[in-house]
Ligand binder design. Structure first.
Ligand SMILES: CC(C)(COP(=O)(O)OP(=O)(O)OC[C@H]1O[C@@H](n2cnc3c(N)ncnc32)[C@H](O)[C@@H]1OP(=O)(O)O)[C@@H](O)C(=O)NCCC(=O)NCCS
Length: 143
């Protein structure tokens, strides 16, 4: 049985480990431990600069096993499990719980098209593909 609990300052170590365990194609940019702590603090203090409207840790019994996020922008949903807890049905349980706990008008989710378990999971809960995002590197070294 899993439970979703609001992120607190005490979750920063776990969330840092979880971030480090992402597959390289899912890792947005490298971060330092202290950056993660201040990012967590900015969420807990509800600072405008923090992109999340909802951030929960997924607990199984007395252990943290992952995290779910909902961005302020486009109600974009994200879910991450520690590698040792993937492929065991917990993602499915956590998404069902999330949709029940936070009923919204709509949700979006951007995933890597090669991420088969995510694709399957989202479709199982009624998400429909409404576009494909392309990416191309440009010539400039700046953004
Ligand atoms: C994506 C993620 C949350 C899915 O959670 P999970 O617990 O591993 O997935 P589940 O075991 O609940 O499986 C979800 C569904 O996908 C199916 N599935 C999993 N791997 C599959 C595969 N390789 N091919 C086909 N179906 C697959 C499962 O059978 C299940 O469907 P079912 O309930 O109808 O049987 C988890 O794997 C994860 O954290 N991955 C890394 C982070 C990530 O990629 N997040 C997505 C970005 S939002």
């Amino acid at each position: 049985m899993i439970e979703l609990k609001e992120v607190t300052e005490n979750d920063a170590d776990f969330l840092f480990e979880l971030y480090q365990s992402r597959e390289s194609f899912n890792l947005i940019e490298p971060i330092k431990h202290e950056d993660q702590q201040s990012f967590v603090n900015s969420y807990v203090q509800k600072q405008d600069s923090n992109p999340y409207q909802i951030w929960n840790v997924i607990w199984k019994d007395d252990k943290r096993i992952g995290s779910v996020t909902l961005q302020k922008r486009e109600n974009a949903f994200g879910i991450w499990l520690s590698p040792e807890f993937q492929q065991g049905g917990f993602g499915s349980e956590a998404l069902a719980e999330f949709l029940k706990k936070y009923p919204l008008e709509y949700y979006t989710c951007i995933i890597n098209i090669r991420n088969v378990s995510s694709l399957h999971l989202l479709q199982k809960y009624g998400f429909r593909i409404d576009g494909i995002k392309f990416h191309k590197k440009g010539l400039s070294k700046n953004k």
